[in-house]
Ligand binder design. Sequence first.
Ligand code: HEC
Length: 354
Amino acid sequence: MKNSSTATTGKTMTAFLLFTAIMLSLWAEVAAAAPAGSPWGANYFPNITLTNQDGKKLRFYDDLIKDKVVAINFMYATCHDSCPLETAKLRQVQDVLGDRVGKDIFMYSITITPEADTPETLKDYMEKYKVKPGWQFLTGNKDDILLLRTKLGLYDGEETEKSQGHTMSMIVGNESTGQWIKRSSFDNPKVLARVIGEVLFNYKTRVGQNNNYADVSQVIKLDPGEDLFFRRCLSCHTVGAGDALGPDLLNVVANRDRTWLHNWLKNPDQMLAAKDPIATALFEKFKGVIMPNLRLTDGEVETLLGYIDTESRRIEKMRLASLESMTQQTGQDEHAQHSEHQQQGGHDMHEHHH
Ligand code: HEC
């Protein structure tokens, strides 16, 4: 209980911080103007002691995140539903980022059942998933870890967790610039890698500032649809990670009339001006933010719709697989109740910006 008031403040701050982060970091050109120092320094992040897979003690702030670009997720070794998916996803992210992981990017998986996950258990788990160097698995004190999750905005309270089923989320950030972005474990690995490896580095080489990060110029290759979405839409939308500045686009292609969607992507301003009922309702719901006319060609619109559709199907398939394994597991695994509400990030951001 002693943490509860801090915890609430923490959550609010995180929500704000995420909103700021999205605004600052995902508008690529604006990113050059990101703040020099982080408002969320040593006294925001709890400097708890964690123990890694080799038994080494590390302080969360001092040793793990200070001045670093990091990806942090929470998991537990005995989890059979979404954790394996998430770990496998992060393995792909690690592959895409290559040997930058451990050099200028650090990955951390922290157990939420520290009483069961000893360093040895975590080490076995890493071997099972062929985790490479630069990505550490950590255990510690249960209350400390709960506080950390709360501060990072990745804990919604036990009741919410129980009712939401088991989906996980993660946070990626650059401690020195104060950019923190919540991402879903269902993210496309290449997109996630690009958010970590490029967005969080403020595209340093591209805006021609001090060329400390030469590797950033190795642009991670995306498919045309992914790339368009990344450059034009990701600042306001997710596919499957919850509402952000604009609505979550999961299944939007299946659920909306294709012509309507095509017209909307081409001319959102005109449709709003013409008082199209769907557009007006959405606009009211996302008040304060207008979907801009991005001057997309017909070809680009179709590429984007194709991408959103494929991505939605991929995510639905993963969710289903995760749900199935969870149902099979019910009753066998008391840890099944340790769940996360994956959409939390997006909703928080939205709630706190008006
Ligand atoms: C500046 C933020 C912003 C950007 C950038 C943006 N959108 Fe939107 N989008 C919104 C908002 C906000 C809405 C809700 C309607 C409104 O308020 O205008 C919306 C609505 C939509 C909808 C309708 C959702 C539904 O439920 O029917 C689709 C589809 C969509 N956007 C796709 C895209 C795509 C694809 C891109 C990239 C090419 C994009 N948007 C770029 C903010 C944005």
